[in-house]
Design a protein around this ligand. Sequence first.
Ligand code: R5P
Length: 318
Amino acid sequence: MRDEITVLSGNANRALAESICRQLGIALCRCNVDRFPDGEIDVKVSDDLRGRDVFIVQPTSPPVNDHLLELLLMIDTCRRASADRITAVIPVFGYARKDRKDEGRVPISAKLVANMICVAGTDRVLTIDLHAAQIQGFFDIPVDHLYAKPVLIQHFRDIKVDRPVIVAPDMGGLKRARAWAESLEAEVAIVDKRRIDPTKVDWEHIIGEVSGRDALIIDDMIATGGSVAQAVRIAREHGAQRVFVGATHAVFCGNAIEKLTECRPDGVVVTDTIRPPPGPLPEVFHYRSVAPLLSRAIAAIHRRESVSALFEDGRKRS
Ligand code: R5P
């Protein structure tokens, strides 16, 4: 393999790919991902890929189908151009919610998508905060699973939160909340959330003490914003001093930003795994970049060094 890293980007988050390249001190590979008049995707890479260690940066964020197919076609392009090794850098892995057959006659979408990425010709996957960590096992190739926790925690350290309590917006977020609590030497609370259908949830109460403390509501993603907006209201009703939200993947579907702004959090911090929406956001919203984390991981993979050594604490990483 030639001793050079080549980074390609589709259309999902070119700004993140450029930022990774700046950190690595290299130029982004020249690659156009366009559309034919009928909407089919057309990929053309202008730089030589033969023998290269290629990293394709493409979150499968909304519109997920377009971004996924761009990724698959880019992998195929690199494979046919004799790249030596292809790593799919998928900062957010779409279709992750359906990771098991929890009722009859439904797909396991995450498994099918993992199969498609492998079959296209990927050698490795690099991703951040999978919706469920076990999705790693859906790939029969190495997966480096990073956690944005150190990036988000640094934000809360910088703004000096006071007597923080980490709030999981649902039972599924408890493990993540515990890991955060350990890093911040904080306690944990849980919002008792019950999902009625994909767009509707019902809440009852909060388990744990938030009164007089800074509540940090932590989630892997903000989609419609319903889960965290309601958690903000409940934490405030239970006497929290200030209420902050931290999430890795800012999907921000529909009116999520308005919904979040209306519940008046003291701050919302997310990462740039997904390209931020155009135009200015209300001032409570803050973006922290995962580019330094991804560029260090890419450099480590390229040098065949440990990726787990990148984390502040090797025990509880989520
Ligand atoms: C749930 O399992 C996830 O961790 C998130 O809480 C959820 O997907 C967020 O969705 P929404 O923003 O639509 O409430």
